[in-house]
Design a protein around this ligand. Sequence first.
Ligand SMILES: Cc1cc2nc3c(=O)[nH]c(=O)nc-3n(C[C@H](O)[C@H](O)[C@H](O)COP(=O)(O)OP(=O)(O)OC[C@H]3O[C@@H](n4cnc5c(N)ncnc54)[C@H](O)[C@@H]3O)c2cc1C
Length: 543
Amino acid sequence: MASDTQAGQDRGPAALPLPPMKWDAWGDPALAKPLSEDVKALLAAALGVSADAADTPLAPEEVELRPSALPAADLAALAALVGPGHVSAADADRLPRAGGKSTPDLLRRRSRGPQDAPDAVVLPGSEDEIAAVLALCAERRIAVVPFGGGTSVVGGVDPLRGGLTAVISLDLRRLDALHVLDEVSGEAVLGAGLTGPRAEELLAERGWELGHYPQSFRYATIGGFAATRSSGQDSAGYGRFDEMVRGLRVVTPAGVLDLGRAPASAAGPDLRELFLGSEGVFGVITRVRLRVHPLPAEKVHEAWSFPDFTTGAAALRAVEQQGTGPTVIRLSDESETAVNLAMTDRIGGDRVTGGCLAVTVFEGTKEQTAARHERTHAVLRAAGGTPLGAGPARAWEHGRFSAPYLRDALLDCGALCETLETATDWAGLDRLKASVTAALREHLAGALVLCHISHVYPTGASLYFTVLAARQGDPLTQWDAAKRAAGDAIMADGGTISHHHAVGADHRPWMGREIGDLGVRILRAVKDTLDPAGILNPGKLIP
Ligand SMILES: Cc1cc2nc3c(=O)[nH]c(=O)nc-3n(C[C@H](O)[C@H](O)[C@H](O)COP(=O)(O)OP(=O)(O)OC[C@H]3O[C@@H](n4cnc5c(N)ncnc54)[C@H](O)[C@@H]3O)c2cc1C
């Protein structure tokens, strides 16, 4: 990294704690999964992926990081508020908070030339400290980016200054307590900085579970889940995080809000909704009160094959509309099923021979699980499915957190690999899938576009696309054109710009079309009330 000798600042090794996460890739370096020579040959033959297009990896010391713009006096003032051990302008602390984990983020971090980063990292330990930091930053015109696990894939934690003098990353990992477990009501109050695994660990010690398992589970935080309306992979059970939120505490520059008094209320509009998905632009979520459930006694897995995507989607719709109660239900299209087969040959020990693979999982007491399984099995069979046994469903569950490592391996080999997601009603699902696929293919010659239904609702479903292509020229420019075309196709065909990845900086250009001009003015009015100096996450969410 570039050396910087600004007076009074620590330029030494990282001083602040982080879980093992590679700065230019996903997750724990010890779990990286290089591709086999067979798979590399397959990529070269099928897509024309060439190892010549791969970047030469940079060591962290080689990164040319933009020097911190924060004056020593501001650093000292922040240290006086949170303690000197909880503020750092060291490059080694700024680099891991320089952005999220989308493919463009990772490509930018692998590139030579100057890279941006927050000017300092601040770790508050209490609501009072957060309020004091926000007040100081408003007075000194410093932008604040709330930072949970840093797993945003939409530019949510980009260090944007929004015309202010500097930007700090407000890392919330010290808010890591289980504050309350109310076993009578089935509710827990959790600190915003708890990671998914730590939250589950604390609850499991007392026989309870949250059950929110997004693919980023191992690193993402309770506050991040709430701030982005995250969706877990227990897609039909405890899928949407926002649906589990009973209350929130939020520190804003204008004061503290404690929202959600009762399990249901007719006391006007529900203000919790303003902060779910608010992506740090209105305030800092410090605690979340959540519905929790006893650890399930029983779990049953079953996989299915459908002859084609339309038949499979109709089967999932029947299950959801009849309410037969699987905890997980998802369906891969023909391309995704075929690629999974090619990559693994055998999925979970049971032969899958093409078509479209669906996975179901059931949880609860022994009796509930058996009844839910039986009813769902009958509906899927009547809708044209062929049962494949438990193996492929267990294999999916076993490998569900390792897919992001595969993306790193693909990038390492010179491929371009990225995902995007949307949702629409059942009636428009096939049309939306076709138009997004066509848009991606048009801008990424020869690309493989894979898709699955990740979440189902009585009236519609989400579509999750994975794109694999050979790099041609600058991969950032290449992806930008494809992403823009896909976003426009989503808008034109009645989808939402995000079912669960949120808006951040990357989806912001579509927000006007998503909620209309008046909708944008409402968000701006809320922002002006809560954050009149505009310090919180400028350049995100609100156009
Ligand atoms: C490999 C991979 C897989 C993923 N899989 C899923 C998935 O299955 N489902 C899904 O929904 N998403 C998924 N994501 C996206 C991402 O993990 C989610 O958006 C997650 O909820 C972000 O949580 P985080 O703690 O990492 O938040 P961050 O990335 O740190 O922040 C996200 C946004 O929320 C704001 N923020 C964070 N904490 C707070 C807080 N306490 N108060 C106010 N604002 C805050 C930030 O400023 C930022 O705008 C995935 C991402 C990756 C890289």
